[in-house]
Design a protein. Sequence first.
Length: 340
Amino acid sequence: MKYIGNKSRLIGFIEDCLKEHNINYNNVIVYDLFSGTGSVSEFFLRHNCIVLSCDNMNYAIAEQYRKLYFRKEPKFEELRNIINCEELEDVINYLNNHNGQKRYYYENFCEEGKYHRRFFSERNAMKIDAIREKIDEWKDILPKEKYMFLVGILMNAADFVSNTAGTYGAYLKIWRSMALKEMKLEIPEFIATGKISLYVNDVVEFVKINKTADIVYMDPPYNTRQYPAYFSTLESIVINDKQQLKGKSGLRNYEKQKSKFSIKKYVKEEFKNLVDEIKAKYIVMSYSTEGILNKDYIYDILSKKGKTKIYDVSYRRFKTNSWTENNTNLKELLFICEVR
Ligand SMILES: C[S@@+](CC[C@H](N)C(=O)[O-])C[C@H]1O[C@@H](n2cnc3c(N)ncnc32)[C@H](O)[C@@H]1O
């Protein structure tokens, strides 16, 4: 999944810094705060950690149910009497073979629908409608984890064929070739080690309740772009509340999901609130030199908790459709605080 701030390309850098600091990252308890696509949770799972992952967006947590929650293929014995199968492959085939229907996603997210938004081809929008409805019919039959796993698989498949440059603030005027392919649900790869719990929550609320981590890793948004505005379509597919959408891009009402970490007026205080509440051996935090919080402020707040060191690496900026190296001063920072 293309995602603003995805750390998958920086895992090597994060691991090198942990090693240099002599931090044990095997078999320990880790909180991944602002976990997004879960790329950092994935790293810790591969090192057999117990991970608690928190993000305030439902699509982010659905994506992590898809790729991180299960250690091996789950069986769907709850569906045996309904669709005559229980193996994951058969369930996925059953969903893939659904004919489309013209409902909410068709009306809202394809050109032929009522609002003429060209996020998906007509056929794919209809398939999203049919498959999302089918998964919701199973909501009360399946345990939450299996339900969210299927929702995550659908969301990921839809994202793969969306007619966007990676975010949903706008659709493309010209069809991208992938968007014209038929959407296909796919079985993810499973990670055999570790254990993860997933939380849709505000990070400050989360750390008020959870106090058992060895390592707290955090990756706050660093600019004023609000994630719910950029990934609204995916949030709609996951929540499926069929709310009335606004404007050319079909934006959800995201007032309650706005992040204070992306608002200049609040970010300093909110960051301090967060750090104050953390109880852990180490706090590890990613940030960018072009972030709205400045490096010295972060260093001061973390230093009050314990001895803090800053590592950095040159990094390329994420533009929605390409990676560019024109901003050579741009650095990705990693703060490591040894909590007293
Ligand atoms: C830089 S991205 C994280 C990227 C992630 N580390 C990855 O590799 O995909 C920041 C994330 O913070 C989440 N977020 C922003 N404010 C939040 C808050 N107050 N509580 C929980 N999550 C928040 C956003 O939804 C977004 O997924």
